[in-house]
Design a protein around this ligand. Sequence first.
Ligand SMILES: [Zn+2]
Length: 311
Amino acid sequence: MRIATSQTPSIPPQRSPPDTQKATRKSLALLAPMVAALALGACAANPRHHFDGIGALALVTQQLAFGPRPPGTDAAGATSSWIASTLEETGWKVEIQPVEYQGVVLRNIVGRLGTSEAGPILLATHYDTRPQADRDPVDSRAAVPGANDGASGVAVLLELARVLPARLAGHEVWLVFFDGEDSGGLDGWEWHAGASAFAAQLSVIPQAVVVVDMVGDADLRLPVERNSDPALVKEIWDVAERLGAGAFVQEPGSSIIDDHRPFVDRGIPAVLIIDLEYAYWHTTADTLDKVSAESLAQVGRVLEAWLLSRR
Ligand SMILES: [Zn+2]
């Protein structure tokens, strides 16, 4: 993804300095027992029935074992097979959609569950990683490991895949894993190439699309992305407030080019949940130690509760 600077307002929102914000957030987190419960995925009787942050972090580790995952590489192929088999094991009907783009075969993966006359709710992310760490101060030609930028979103969706089937009666949910999001600006590639192809071929119109990207930062902060649907934003951020998920802050963030944009362009209500205040973005230091179970759990628990609230 990238920041669409041309659409960012000339007067920035009033904010305290980042250090102050982060210190305040940390002290708030200490005062919020609910956040601790969220973080631990606390359900001692049966942790599989609720989103588990530790389980999600393990899914990040599994992806990093494939190595960097740019489109068309063996690692991307292995990752797509692993995503598909993980979805099938948890009861989702899986389809892999190949799309040829710039001489490379992109593979979008869709897991479907349930039916609804109102149309499906899509939760989506990208699983590819950036082939070049072009913001790296030392080695800008190396590949990005993608612990946060790539693996975190996939981990949240696959952990949801484990916990949702037993609880989703009356809902239709698609979990969508896009390829080809993060090569934008390199070798003539656009951003969200996989999501654009997916949105263009949709024959069923979703009632809502929620994209998660870079949601594992241990110091997570999620302001409202400016192209996101205001009504959907209110629903999700209100759920976060009710759960004490303090990473979700109800203040305007940036305007960002990401996988939600092709849906916004089709008039489909869509939201992007992202933390772009990530110092290791598009560097070789986007590694496992920057990601926390607590952050993954906040996002996963909010999406779980929001989905179940949409009757
Ligand atoms: Zn990226």
